[in-house]
Design a protein around this ligand. Structure first.
Ligand code: ADP
Length: 499
């Protein structure tokens, strides 16, 4: 490691190689229920050019030094910026932040890893380009490349980010620079418009993996619609989740509702806005009576649906009538328009997210119980009412056993939903941290027994999550790893993959 560090310094200059504890501290800070010692990097290096990354990898291969790549490093609740295991060198690409191209005609962009959503949004505004982004909830400070390669989601019609990705540049462990899709064709004008290229489609293997370092990514952007109509539907009872799914799934599949809508439970809504202590000073699970009080006083539903319409006045009007008709026919749910919400929260920040605007409102979730602990448990759900009821019941039951709250939302994809539960706990209390850790393991195993697995998981549980997908999948992952990175220098442990 010493020799490798000296060579990093020679390549990057001493100001781009951090080794002292103070500088490394921000890369050690995690919200997951494990000791920071298990995730403490040995050094942090900044690269700005592809050629620097190639040289770094040469050194890593020579000394068998593992390197954990981050782009904007905001992967809160999934491991933050810290590596999967202690001792890895963090390669932080935040300074590699050029917006290489925005094509206002084809509505595409090509960005480097360090570009943030805020930066891209500012660029579009400054250049008067009427295109919208799709971003996750910590929008302003996270970035499209890191979010997309970890298969994150947003809330607009482009909310399934990897589906809207087109073309990558990847530095492989041996220093080769691969351009995926049409990118290898000399003189191509189609890198950012045709995803598949020729032969095996490779972009997927560079997501949630450790087979390469992505240095450029193409993405599709959404034209700003003439009319944008966000709305909310409030439902009073926990059991309504069944009918919500049954009423809205057909509208989503038929694209009447075009965006990745969200069903947020009362606790998620409340947590985004206020600390739990406003209503409850006790410990353990928030009692149902308190949730009833919050619903009544804050005007929240047991479930709160946020969706939006985009298009011309006529298109929006027609789809609005269809939705209003379906909600009425279901006999449940109160529709709330933007005008009726009148600029209040949480409608206002939801409306922002569904048009890809910047908001940090959901950082409020971390105040709900305080103590800095958060792990996202995010099983995939088929969009069926019966399955949703089962998952909700099971999650609540297991969290309840450990005295933890069910703070949840469903983010609706094309036919699936990401059932996202924020497991919030007090990291400063060792007992609670141990309980949260055990609880998370049990959530994974109990859901697994019923055929449910997560779409993404934090660095503490990557192996356990990988096991749910079966031994053959693990073997293929490893075979690819051995072929592409025989020294195992790239992010060992990511998604449970090692040589
Ligand atoms: P964000 O800040 O958008 O949440 P991060 O930069 O934290 O995204 O990246 C999320 C995860 O994606 C990282 O933990 C890492 O595993 C992976 N990742 C990030 N950037 C790259 C990259 N350039 N190449 C390969 N994998 C990456």
């Amino acid at each position: 490691m010493h020799a490798a560090i000296a060579e990093f310094v020679a390549i990057l200059g001493p100001q781009n190689v951090l080794t002292d504890a103070d500088h490394i501290a921000p890369y050690t800070k995690v919200m997951i229920a494990e000791s920071e010692d298990l995730h403490r990097p040995s050094a942090v290096v900044y690269a700005r050019e592809v050629s620097e990354i190639q040289q770094i990898l040469k050194v890593c291969n020579k000394y068998k030094v593992p390197v954990w790549t981050i782009s904007t490093g905001r992967n809160f609740g999934y491991g933050s910026a810290a590596p999967q295991s202690a001792g890895q060198v963090v390669l932080d690409l935040r300074h590699m932040n050029r917006i290489l191209e925005v094509d206002p005609v084809l509505c595409t962009a090509l960005v480097e890893p360090g570009v943030t959503y805020q930066q891209l949004k500012d660029y579009l505004e400054e250049n008067d380009i009427p295109l919208w982004l799709s971003c996750p909830a910590p929008s302003a400070i996270a970035g499209p490349l890191g979010n997309t390669v970890d298969r994150g989601v947003g809330y607009t019609p482009y909310g399934e980010h990897f589906m809207m990705q087109c073309g990558m540049e990847v530095v492989l462990a041996n220093g080769d620079v691969l351009r995926t899709g049409m990118g290898g064709v000399e003189g191509t004008s189609a890198w950012q418009v045709f995803k598949w290229g020729y032969g095996p489609y490779l972009d997927g293997i560079f997501t949630q993996s450790n087979y390469g370092i992505v240095t450029k990514m193409g993405m599709w952007l959404m034209p700003k619609p003439p009319v944008y109509k966000p709305f909310c539907i409030r439902y009073d009872n926990d059991e309504d989740i069944h009918d919500i799914v049954e009423t809205l799934r057909p509208l989503r599949i038929a694209n009447v509702i075009p965006n990745a809508m969200v069903f947020a439970n009362v606790m998620w809504e409340a947590a985004a806005l206020m600390p739990r202590s406003k209503y409850y000073d006790g410990t353990g699970v928030t009692p149902d009576s308190v949730l009833e009080e919050i619903k009544a006083k804050e005007g929240l539903g047991a479930w709160n649906v946020y969706a939006a319409l985009y298009g011309t006045k006529e298109q929006v009007e027609v789809n609005w009538q269809i939705i209003a008709g379906a909600v009425k026919a279901s006999g449940k749910g109160r529709l709330i328009t933007e005008e009726e919400a009148g600029g209040t929260q949480p409608f206002d920040y939801r409306a922002k997210l569904m048009r890809g605007d910047m908001t940090l409102q959901e950082f409020g979730l971390y105040r709900w119980r305080g103590g800095g602990g958060s792990m996202w448990f995010a099983p995939v759900t088929a969009a069926k009412g019966s399955e949703t009821v089962q998952q909700t019941r099971l999650a609540k039951e297991i969290l309840g056993e450990y005295g933890l709250d069910y703070v949840a939302e469903y983010i609706v994809g094309m036919r699936d939903m990401h059932h996202v539960i924020d497991v919030l706990y007090d990291r400063s209390d060792p007992d609670e941290m141990a309980r949260a850790h055990e609880c998370f393991g049990k959530l994974l195993s109990e859901f697994g027994k019923r055929g449910y697995a997560v779409y993404r998981v934090n660095t503490a549980f990557m192996d356990q999550a990988a096991d749910l997908f079966g031994p053959v999948k693990r073997k293929v992952d490893q075979t690819l790893k051995r072929a592409l990175d025989p020294n195992g220098i790239l992010a060992p442990g990511k998604s449970g993959i090692r040589i």
